[in-house]
Write a protein that binds this ligand. Structure first.
Ligand SMILES: [Cu+2]
Length: 268
């Protein structure tokens, strides 16, 4: 029986470790400036934790076999344990966790605690059940006012976010269902939610941030690869949560200018 346990535990350990080593189910392509750093940290964490996991499971299997029940086995005796060993592994675990935290804090801070670059493309993101809307401030660089009483979700677009069209600053605001941004330029996001907490998630940008009702959360990232990337909601926000997704199109600066000008022209 001890041998069976050893084989089963080792098999589960090595087969599951194989999928991580072979990267069978791995992260999608990284397409933002911070992606390489995040992926590197992710891989480091997996490597360290993987070694601990394999070592622990291999020992478990080995001891299950070594102390199996057999005729010649000495009778079991009670022991309290080893205080020194407990202190050692608690301290080692603490060093590991605090160390990993410190290593990653600069990546975390780079998109959050530092303000966005002055020339960043500003996009206001509004999450609502079950759709993302994106707003650009237009040539004046100012977002027009929005009012809760003007919100009409069924009308979509500007009405869905309650844009006050009597505010002069709102005249050139562009509201879209697809997010379009120029490549290699920082994107400053202003995240809002209308009803419940949503989470704005772009896997390829390694970007995820909650959008909370009543808050305007500022964050930024820099897309470095042209392409179309999926935007999803990573917070279980209701029955339609599964279909709450959109598209991020990263294009050249010229294409972005043309696209924005065309949206402005549509408004007139
Ligand atoms: Cu949602």
């Amino acid at each position: 029986m001890g041998l069976v346990l050893l084989v089963v535990i080792w098999l589960i350990t090595f087969i599951s470790a194989y999928f991580f080593i072979a990267k069978t189910w791995w992260l999608p392509t990284g397409a933002s400036a911070a992606a390489a750093g995040i992926d590197h940290h992710f891989a480091t964490t997996y490597l360290v934790m993987g070694i601990v996991f394999v070592a622990a499971q291999v020992s478990l299997g080995f001891f299950a076999w070594k102390y199996r029940d057999r005729a010649s086995a000495p009778p079991a005796r009670y022991m309290h344990g080893n205080n020194m060993l407990e202190i050692v592994w608690t301290v080692l675990t603490a060093i590991l966790f605090i160390g990993l935290n410190l290593m990653s804090s600069s990546i975390w801070a780079s998109e959050r605690f530092r303000a966005a670059a002055p020339g960043a493309t500003q996009v206001e993101v509004t999450g609502m059940q079950f759709q993302w809307y994106f707003r650009y401030p237009g040539p004046d660089g100012k977002f027009g006012a929005t009012k809760p009483e003007l919100i009409d979700a069924s009308a979509g677009g500007e009405s869905a976010i309650g844009l006050d069209t009597t505010d002069p600053a709102s005249k050139d605001d562009v509201v879209t269902g697809t997010m379009v941004v120029p490549v290699n330029r920082e994107v400053e996001l202003i995240l809002r939610a209308q009803d419940v907490i949503h989470s704005f998630f772009i896997p390829n940008m390694r970007f995820k941030q909650d959008a909370v009702p009543g808050l305007a959360i500022h964050m930024h990232f820099t897309p470095i690869t042209i392409g179309e990337w999926e935007v999803t909601c990573a917070e279980l926000c209701g029955l339609g949560h599964y279909k709450m997704h959109g598209m991020l199109r990263v294009v050249s600066q010229e294409e972005f200018d043309k696209w924005l000008a065309a949206r402005e022209a549509e408004k007139q």
